[in-house]
Design a protein around this ligand. Structure first.
Ligand code: CTP
Ligand code: CA
Length: 224
């Protein structure tokens, strides 16, 4: 019998997605983290599956479950996320980097729990590697690379700076000035800016619906 299979727009496309925060260890019981829930990245991964893509999700610590058909790689730190991303990126058609990666990490990790003292306490930090910028440097013709920019001021100018310095095909701007956007919400208000500096401003919507807009942009670029 003849099997009729519905062809989806991202069939046979491999897409790498990152999500969640990273945790940077201070000692065996403490870390530096952030409020990223992972919801945006997980919604993007789920939508890419619906579009027929072969999805790998590299995620920092979150409480979320990933759906069927997603190859999930759990990581903790920015360094681990870098390793997972650089290992998987060459084999992908597109990457959407939505993780909230720590910009700094402790210079040393204490092997035992740090005891409190009467004096104050300083933690010396060093910069992490910019994962997205690293992938931008590895990018081959035909690969699509997208990132996020979380801004509170000079939003568009900062986002365009990141788009260009990291060699991205588009950037999703999240302005914390928009009510209902960003961390700890189920909604998002995004603006997508692409390489041609074509700007699309979207309404406030659920993160699932914002994921549809983001994934449609990926699809448009991959199938152009
Ligand atoms: N990013 C990354 N690796 C880092 C830091 C950030 O890959 N070490 C990525 C994020 O996943 C996001 C994008 O860079 O897709 C933008 O993150 P953002 O914090 O807005 O920008 P930064 O370049 O880190 O600049 P700043 O925090 O100074 O605004
Ligand atoms: Ca940052």
């Amino acid at each position: 019998s003849t099997e009729i299979k519905k062809k989806l727009p991202l069939n046979h496309k491999k897409v790498l997605v990152t999500a969640g925060p990273t945790y940077e260890a201070i000692d065996p019981v403490r870390f530096i983290g952030n409020h990223s829930s992972g919801k945006m990245g997980f919604a993007i991964a789920a939508q890419l599956v619906k579009l027929g893509a072969d999805v790998t999700l590299v995620t920092g610590p979150t409480a979320l479950k990933s759906g069927m058909g997603i190859k999930r790689i759990d990581v903790t730190s920015a360094a681990e996320m870098l390793e997972a991303c650089t290992a998987n990126f060459p084999n992908t058609n597109a990457c959407v980097m939505s993780a909230a990666v720590a910009d700094y990490t402790p210079v040393t990790v204490a092997s035992q729990k740090i005891k409190k003292q009467d004096a104050g306490f300083n933690i010396e930090l060093k910069k992490t590697t910019d994962i997205l910028k690293t992938l931008g440097g590895m990018k081959q013709p035909g690969q699509v690379l997208a990132g996020f920019a979380l801004e509170t001021n000079d939003e568009e100018q900062n986002a365009i700076g990141k788009l260009q310095s990291k060699n991205l095909d588009f950037i999703v701007l999240n302005s914390l000035n928009d009510k209902g956007a960003g961390f700890r919400t189920d909604t998002n208000k995004i603006t997508i800016i692409d390489r041609d500096l074509q700007k699309t401003v979207y309404d406030l919507k659920s993160k699932d619906d914002a994921a549809i807009d983001i994934c449609n942009k990926v699809t448009a670029l991959l199938t152009a």
